[in-house]
Design a protein around this ligand. Structure first.
Ligand code: BTN
Length: 247
């Protein structure tokens, strides 16, 4: 690793249920250095957002979790972690010739298919974020997906190349570290995130608790809320789970 701290304490396992769960359990008993990375070749019970599971073929993909102590980040701005990780992944993919987009809040898409997912689990205390466990699942060399995952893609399907997983991890850690060290510069990060946003400035169907409506995504704020212009010209602001894309 050519990083200052991300991934320098690297814990590698042939098989784990979930790297997030393993790292979370470990942090309950040990004070681990910031930047600790837990990676497995074969994750058997990966967790996704909103109680979903994360399926991955053994030995083909990146499944890892990273420990951060974002001491200076206010709780209200915890979405900045998601932003910086999403932007870092996209920038690294760009360096590999893959133009990815971020589907709010933090799915990584290429041609409307999902290439990577992020599961961030923060542990808060009264005035800040005690720790953040950032779980990343990225489809690298997997060539086929079960029918239920027809919306998934991989780096190899997109490029016809085979990637070295360990090198991918090292490079990606470098990009994450770069963005982590500058996350306090809200504006750069917000711009970086905005530029990669899937469906930005496009009229699409969305659904909130009142029903389906036509809207145009115009951006996100530092609290991670999405801003959608409606047909009346009004701007609607939503937090996680308050609105979904509809096709
Ligand atoms: C999602 O898109 O729903 C998020 C998927 C996150 C998957 C990763 S794989 C490594 C880490 N360990 C887990 O159990 N989940 C995350």
């Amino acid at each position: 690793m050519e990083t200052l701290f991300i991934g320098t304490n690297l814990m590698e396992f042939d098989c784990l249920a979930s790297t997030n769960d393993f790292l979370l359990d470990l942090t309950r008993e040990h004070q681990l250095p910031e930047g600790t990375v837990v990676i497995t070749k074969n994750q058997q019970a990966g967790r996704g957002q909103q109680g979903n599971s994360w399926y991955t073929e053994a030995n083909k993909n990146l499944t890892f979790s990273l420990l951060l102590y974002p001491k200076k980040l206010a709780i209200a701005k915890q979405f900045m972690i998601s932003k910086l990780v999403s932007v870092a992944i996209c920038e690294w993919l760009d360096s590999q010739g893959i133009k990815a987009q971020i589907k709010w809040p933090n799915d990584i898409l290429v041609n409307e298919k999902k290439l990577a997912g992020i599961l961030i689990e923060n542990n808060l205390h009264t005035n800040g974020i005690r720790q953040s466990v950032v779980g990343i699942g990225l489809n690298v060399n997997q060539k086929t997906f079960p029918e239920s995952l027809s919306f998934a893609t991989s780096m190899t399907l997109l490029t016809n190349r085979n990637f070295d997983i360990k090198k991918a991890l090292a490079d990606l850690c470098g990009f994450i570290e770069k963005w982590y060290l500058r996350y306090s510069k809200d504006e750069i990060l917000n711009n970086g995130y905005q530029q990669k946003l899937f469906a930005l400035e496009q009229w699409r169907n969305y659904e909130d608790k009142q029903g389906v409506f036509l809207g145009k995504l115009i951006g996100t704020d530092t609290f991670g809320r999405i801003q959608i212009e409606d047909e009346m010209g009004g701007v609607r602001t939503y937090s996680f789970k308050e609105v979904v894309f509809r096709t």
